[in-house]
Design a protein around this ligand. Structure first.
Ligand code: UDP
Ligand code: MG
Length: 309
């Protein structure tokens, strides 16, 4: 099998028919053997029954992994990675923000010898808040990790099978697939791809899920936040030591004083709140360790459709 296309689906009933039509048209025209693995990530709408119809219509190419709950986009993709048969694996979103017509371009790049080909969005069609937040996270990721990519949020990507197999062997619970693929790739590259507004429905990421995802990205790939924190703690304790000396000196030379109490409070509050951030930060890393130590399954299957095994 030449190509496996992997698509996570969470309540995408309005997008699936159009997506499937355009995907089949594109893939059939490439003259390669292909399959598409849809992962139903606990949809509560008609997505699953639509996917079943696709399987009836094209049993030669359609496979379905049905989760018994919502385990998240990246976990859904991993479950498909564990079951792909293609030499090249392509990921894309189900909402038609990533035009399937761009797949050919990605495959050409892989065939030139790149083992991970990322897409970056020419003109991103999302709201201003998302674009702005994305810029900040891209910047933070660029400064803090060794991952160099233009557009980490774009899921229209192609990988050689060896990269996908390496990803499935990692034991982490919360992962960020494009970044993980980048760390395993010998020669990753990026190409410009089109981006459209969501065809139907709404984004499945609320603010909380977005923050979680981006914490996974940063804590999964660098210890720098912890190191910054230690350095800051060190500097702050030097500063407070100097302040204590100064106050002691004033106390003995000039006598006791009561002014400046509120300044001290302000400094204290600031330091306490920074300590709280630090505790939260350590918690982020411990939480990741905890999940790995528990070794619970990353997802639960209800059914596999179209797989031989
Ligand atoms: N998705 C998923 N599980 C989730 C959230 C999203 O499988 O818990 C899928 C969703 O159906 C879509 C893709 O992941 O195919 C990207 O989601 P979305 O378009 O909502 O994200 P955005 O484009 O807003 O970042
Ligand atoms: Mg989307």
């Amino acid at each position: 099998m030449d190509v496996s296309v992997v698509i996570p689906v969470y309540n995408e009933e309005g997008n699936l028919p159009e997506l499937f039509k355009r995907l089949c048209a594109t893939m059939d025209s490439l003259g390669k053997t292909w399959e598409v693995i849809f992962v139903n990530d606990g949809s509560q709408d008609r997505s699953l029954s639509i996917l079943r119809d696709f399987h009836k219509e094209r049993p030669d190419v359609v496979k379905i992994i049905d989760f018994n709950g919502n385990f998240g986009q990246h976990t859904a993709i991993i479950s498909a990675f564990e079951r792909v048969s293609g030499d090249i694996v392509v990921t894309l979103d189900a909402d038609l923000q990533n035009p399937p017509e761009e797949i050919g371009k990605l495959l050409d790049k892989v065939n030139e010898g790149y083992d991970a080909v990322g897409g970056y969005r020419k003109q991103r069609e999302d709201n201003a808040m998302r674009k702005y937040a994305s810029k900040i996270v891209n910047f933070a990721r660029d400064k803090m990790t060794s991952i160099r990519m233009k557009d980490q949020g774009c899921m229209l990507r192609a990988y050689k099978r060896s990269i996908v197999d390496a990803i499935t062997k990692t034991n982490e619970h919360s992962m960020f697939i494009p970044a993980l693929a980048y760390t395993f790739a010998a020669n990753p590259t990026e190409i410009e791809v089109e981006h459209s507004a969501r065809y139907s429905g709404e984004s499945k990421y609320n603010l909380y899920k977005l923050i979680r995802l981006n914490f996974d990205l940063i804590t999964g790939f660098t210890l720098m936040p912890l190191q910054f924190f230690t350095i800051f703690g060190f500097l702050a304790s030097m500063g407070s030591m100097a302040l204590v000396c100064l106050l002691l000196f004033r106390r003995f030379v000039l006598g006791s004083e009561a002014e400046g109490v509120f300044t001290l409070f302000a400094i204290l509050f600031m330091l306490v709140s920074i300590v709280m951030v630090g505790i939260g930060l350590i918690g982020e890393y411990i939480g990741r360790i905890y999940q790995v130590v528990q070794a619970r399954p990353k997802y639960m299957l209800r059914e596999l459709i179209g797989f031989d095994k």
